[in-house]
Design a binder for this molecule. Structure first.
Ligand code: C2E
Ligand code: MG
Ligand code: MG
Length: 579
């Protein structure tokens, strides 16, 4: 910066700048200051600075003392009033420094417009307040998110991730030498009659029951305990207690839970089974939390096996099956999200012509370590835990989309695709909209979809099933009774169910060529189907002899290893010839 640049900068600096000689006389003044006061620079040069202050103040700020006090560092800034040529007063903040001028040392005074300064400060303060507020908002949002992520919205209890975090924290903090023998302990609680309530009284009552149960579990636990809804109707109490303390909590829990609950005017009793496991302290390994939970879950299963309303504790010698239910469900949950599920398709034939009439979608699980798993290995567990909803929705979407893909790519066109529905899905109030959405999204006509529901699922709550079936029927989808003959169908209901097909269970088909009893059952199933105007489908046809026998009985369609095993979508269409 040149001398001139500097001089110009000095002239136009935002504050008033003055130089005083050692007698306190003004030797230089900048344009900002002359602008404030209305004096010219010439008028001010040689004037003692205190002359620009109100008369009363001049005494205080004598020629030397004020700048000297400032220069010595005893006063940093003084609030003054500068009197302008017309008598107007300009509040300003004055500071002074010692500088070296061409004729020896000088004192530089800087005057900042106090009002402007206050405005800046206010703005600064407001900006800081805004920043603090938005920071607080962010913190609040983070806390809310953490709440949401770690809590179950229905009951307000911790959810599975929340519980796992609490368990990790407790295990990390646990010490063996606590003295009172209290260690982190999991009480795994499973309701015994929940499914019936949900099926009989509907979801709203099921939800209400879960809320009542949650409150009771809370009140049976000690103040410092963590209480979680682990999944569906499974709850967990986590507390630092001794074994006898845990037993007392379990007793209290079972007592409280066994009290009747009134739902929609109906008194229901749900009992529970409880499994207890205390952590080994100090906890070892990253899987310590999962291990405690798994052991408590296993203990709960042992309690359940002994009858409802009991608790059992894990004992050191108890086995730790690696592939138990909990691990399986955990893996299934993540497996679904990671795309490990597959749908295989098994063809179904029109018996009189031998033509392919449709396919049944059958789920498989490409397990990362155990290979391709059949549904028998995981469907029951998925059904009990409610994961079946997610699984079922995925299979439905996949199968419906596949039917459309086959149409488009010259595969077996116009096929009907059959998808299995579990009892849990049938009871789901979202089922009908889900099916409607899925069909609409893929663009598949409803009449191309068959939903298979087992006889047992239908008969567990026929009235509720009837309502669901009617709603599905209104969409235009076809309905089949799966595994027919294995349940205890009431013919009154069967007649009222708006179904289109009976799928005669494999067990009868398998025996029909060797066991006259089975042959008679298949025959009457076919007759029954026809008498009700339904399509008779035989499952599990494994031989030419069975195929012939079915044709002779007038069965309409057949499915079985004799024609094809379930295969991946790309292996369709199959060269199918009926013997
Ligand atoms: P399902 O609906 O009765 O399906 C027929 C089962 O019989 C299939 O077993 C099929 O592979 C098997 N099968 C077909 N033909 C023959 C045969 O000739 N001989 C023998 N021995 N077996 C035959 P898979 O795929 O293991 O499925 C078993 C059950 O799992 C199904 O029975 C169904 O109830 C359930 N399932 C399969 N996929 C799903 C699904 O996506 N959702 C639901 N909820 N359940 C499913
Ligand atoms: Mg089926
Ligand atoms: Mg079946």
């Amino acid at each position: 910066m040149t001398q001139r640049d500097y001089a110009e900068l000095w002239q136009r600096a935002p504050g008033g700048h003055l130089l005083l000689d050692d007698d306190g006389l003004i030797t230089a003044v900048n344009a900002t200051f002359t602008g404030w006061t209305g004096y010219t620079a010439e008028e001010l040069l040689g004037t003692p600075f205190p002359k620009l202050l109100p008369i009363g103040d001049r005494v205080l700020y004598t020629t030397h003392s004020l700048p000297q006090l400032m220069v010595s560092g005893r006063i940093a800034e003084a609030s003054v009033q500068v009197v302008g040529r017309d008598g107007s007063r300009h509040p300003a903040l004055l500071s002074a420094t010692r500088v070296s001028g061409p004729d020896g040392p000088e004192t530089q005074l800087v005057l900042v417009d106090a009002q402007q300064r206050r405005r800046y400060e206010e703005e600064l303060l407001a900006a800081r307040r805004r920043a603090e507020e938005s920071e607080a908002r962010i913190t609040r949002a983070e806390a809310e998110l953490a709440e949401l992520v770690h809590h179950d919205s229905l009951t307000g209890l911790l959810n599975r991730p929340g519980l796992l975090r609490a368990l990790h924290d407790r295990l990390g903090a646990a010490r063996a030498d606590r003295g009172d023998g209290a260690v982190p302990t999991v009480l795994f609680i499973d309701l015994d009659g929940f499914k019936t309530v949900n099926d009989d009284l509907g979801h709203a009552s099921g939800d209400e029951l879960l809320q009542v149960v949650a409150r009771r579990i809370r009140s049976a636990s000690r103040a410092g305990a963590d209480v979680a809804r682990f999944a569906g109707d499974e709850f967990v109490v986590l507390d630092d207690v001794t074994p006898s303390g845990a037993a007392r909590v379990a007793d209290r829990l079972l007592d409280l839970l066994a009290e009747p609950v009134v739902l929609q005017g109906v008194e229901v009793v749900v009992t529970a089974s409880v499994g207890i496991c205390s952590a080994e302290v100090p906890a070892s390994g990253p899987d310590a939390a999962e291990l405690v939970l798994r052991r408590a879950d296993n203990a709960m299963y042992r309690a359940k096996a002994q009858g409802s309303g009991r608790w059992t504790a894990h004992r050191p010698g108890d086995s730790d099956p690696g592939a138990d239910r909990l691990v399986l469900l955990e893996q299934l949950r993540s497996g679904i999200r990671q795309g490990q599920l597959r749908v295989f398709y098994q063809p179904r034939l029109h018996l009189p012509t031998g033509r392919l009439s449709g396919v049944e979608a059958l789920v498989r699980w490409e397990h990362p370590t155990r290979g391709l798993l059949q549904p028998g290995a995981f469907i029951d567990a998925a059904e009990q835990s409610g994961i079946i909803r997610e699984l079922g929705a995925w299979v439905l979407a996949e199968a419906v989309e596949q039917a459309v893909r086959w149409d488009a790519t010259g595969g077996p066109a116009g096929l009907q695709v059959a998808v299995n529905l579990s009892a849990r899905q049938l009871a789901d109030t979202d089922l009908v909209p889900l099916v409607a959405r899925t069909l609409a999204r893929a663009g598949l006509p409803a009449a191309r979809l068959v939903l298979e529901i087992t006889e047992t699922a239908l008969m567990s709550d026929p009235d509720a099933a009837l309502r669901s079936l009617q709603a599905l029927k209104e969409l235009g989808v076809l309905l089949a009774v799966d595994d027919f003959g294995t349940g205890f169908s009431s013919f009154t209901y069967l007649k009222r169910f708006p179904v289109d097909e009976l799928k005669i269970d494999r067990s009868f088909v398998t025996g029909m060529t060797t066991d006259p009893g089975d042959h008679a059952i298949v025959a009457s199933c076919v007759h029954l189907a026809h008498a009700m105007g339904l399509v008779a489908v035989a499952e599990g046809v494994e031989s030419a002899a069975e195929c012939d026998a079915l044709r002779a009985l007038g069965a309409d369609q057949a499915q079985g290893y004799f024609f094809s095993r379930p295969v991946p979508a790309d292996d369709m269409p199959l060269p199918i010839v009926v013997a």
